[in-house]
Design a protein around this ligand. Structure first.
Ligand code: IMP
Length: 429
């Protein structure tokens, strides 16, 4: 048996889709454990771009099984659309997709609440994807959520849906001043129609995965969003609503933490963030614009331009600590090919003093001054390089600097969006 997890270490969009796609080769199961269709995992195969929001990136390998774990929140219509899309491109789905019956549903009122809550916050808004993720998790924690398993029993679903519609209408009207009426019959029959089409993909994934592990199969856990967006240890409140670091794997799958063997992080060679919240190394200048243009930094779920900045090793050290990483995979090295000099943040100064820990409040993190080390750029194309030794010396030194600072190996370096634009430095599994 072998279990391996891949998690983002920054604020998301590190390129997890491509890396998970490559590592899926050796996996029997690829498993998502948190989030919902706020994720946008991009995989490019033979020039065709696939953007997945709910299904694990392993779905593009015809013989792999894909699991949507109990920690996820599922928009059933989004799920059906994605399954239809995968079928249309000629990839088989039957017998390959397992959606946890314990996962919670995202319903139309969650999206309205997401929009209303963002609007009322004004300048302090989180900048959510407006997919209803936060409100769905809020219902889960409030113990009023509706789980996929509830759809098996029409009476239970009707009862819960009625109560939720009543509660959400009251909240929207009285708290947010939104005049919304949800049509119970319409929502009920819409959801049941979709459920009929996807019900054969629903199962008890907790038993399935534990059995798979016990019988020696290889499991690859695919994180969505990233460590600094984790609800507990991320840059709260500018985070998503789930445990999007490795901390979420166990709760989001029903697998004991004792069974997660290896955890690798992914980081871009620079940093991006989409949505609001502090971002110490952000570059609001032509350097940031160049990073955005070269890295095509626009959200794959919302299309929003991503905020761009230098690599923040101080933040990554925190991510390494929290996830206890076995190594860090670096993506988008090629984006830095055009720079004369490259800055990397090696520390934070707060109120004139160097600090030794990653701040826990948004106020403190907004106030820190990043301390940079400047490294020489390489000004050569790295995209088609396949071996570490063939990289320009400055690029090798940049990667070694990261390894030394973080005291962790870099087993893979991605130098472009295609599957084969990768440098394998050592075996991952
Ligand atoms: P939510 O997950 O839609 O509630 O959004 C909360 C925060 O997480 C916002 O700042 C989003 O931009 C960010 N976020 C959510 N999903 C992703 C993602 O896949 N990549 C990057 N940021 C994300």
């Amino acid at each position: 048996m072998s279990t391996l997890a891949i998690v983002g270490t920054q604020w998301g969009d590190e390129g997890k889709g491509k890396i998970v796609d490559i590592l899926s080769e050796k996996a029997d199961y690829i498993v998502r454990f948190q989030g919902g269709n706020n994720a946008g995992h991009t995989v490019v195969i033979d020039g065709t771009k696939y953007i997945l929001h709910l299904l694990p990136s392993g779905i593009l390998h015809n013989d792999k099984k894909c699991v949507l774990g109990n920690g996820m929140v599922i928009d059933l219509e989004g799920l059906l659309n994605e399954i239809e899309f995968i079928k249309r491109v000629g990839i088989p789905v039957e017998g390959r997709i397992f959606v946890s019956e314990r996962a919670h549903l995202i319903l139309p009122y969650h999206k309205e609440l997401d929009a209303a809550s963002e609007k009322i916050k004004g300048n302090g808004s989180i900048g959510t994807t407006l997919k209803g993720i936060g409100p769905a998790y809020r219902d889960k924690a409030g113990r009023v959520g509706i789980r996929i398993a509830d759809l098996r029993d029409e009476e239970t679903f009707k009862e819960k849906l009625k109560w939720n519609i009543m509660e959400k209408e009251l909240t929207l009207k009285n708290v947010y001043n939104y005049d919304v009426n949800f049509n119970f019959d319409e929502i009920y029959s819409h959801i049941m129609r979709i459920y009929e089409k996807v019900s054969h993909f629903i199962s008890d994934t907790v038993s399935l995965l534990n059995k798979a592990i016990d019988s020696g199969e290889n499991i690859l856990f695919e994180g969505a969003q990233a460590t600094l967006l984790d609800i507990d240890i991320g840059t709260y409140p500018y985070v998503t609503s789930s445990n999007s670091s490795a901390l979420g794997i166990s709760a989001g799958t029903g697998i004991s933490p004792k069974k997660v063997e290896k955890i690798y992080g992914i980081a871009k060679a620079y940093t991006t963030r989409v949505g609001g919240g502090p971002f110490p190394t952000e570059l609001k200048c032509n350097v940031g614009e160049l990073l955005r243009a070269r890295g095509h930094e626009y959200g794959s779920t919302t299309g929003r331009p991503r905020r761009c900045g230098w690599l923040d090793l101080f933040a990554l050290r925190f991510s390494k600590l929290v996830n206890d990483l076995d190594g860090l995979i670096i993506t988008k090295l090629d984006v830095l090919d055009a720079f004369d000099e490259i800055n990397v943040c090696v520390g934070y100064e707060l109120n004139g003093e160097m600090i030794d820990h990653f701040p826990s409040t948004a106020k403190e993190l907004s106030a820190v001054k990043p301390i940079y080390e400047t490294l020489p750029g390489w000004k050569k194309e790295t995209t088609h390089i396949k071996r570490f030794e063939d990289l320009p010396e400055e690029a090798q030194n940049f990667l070694k600097f990261i390894e030394d600072y973080l005291e962790t190996p870099i087993p893979m370096v991605s130098t472009g969006p295609q599957r084969d634009e990768i440098i394998n430095c050592c075996e991952i599994w």
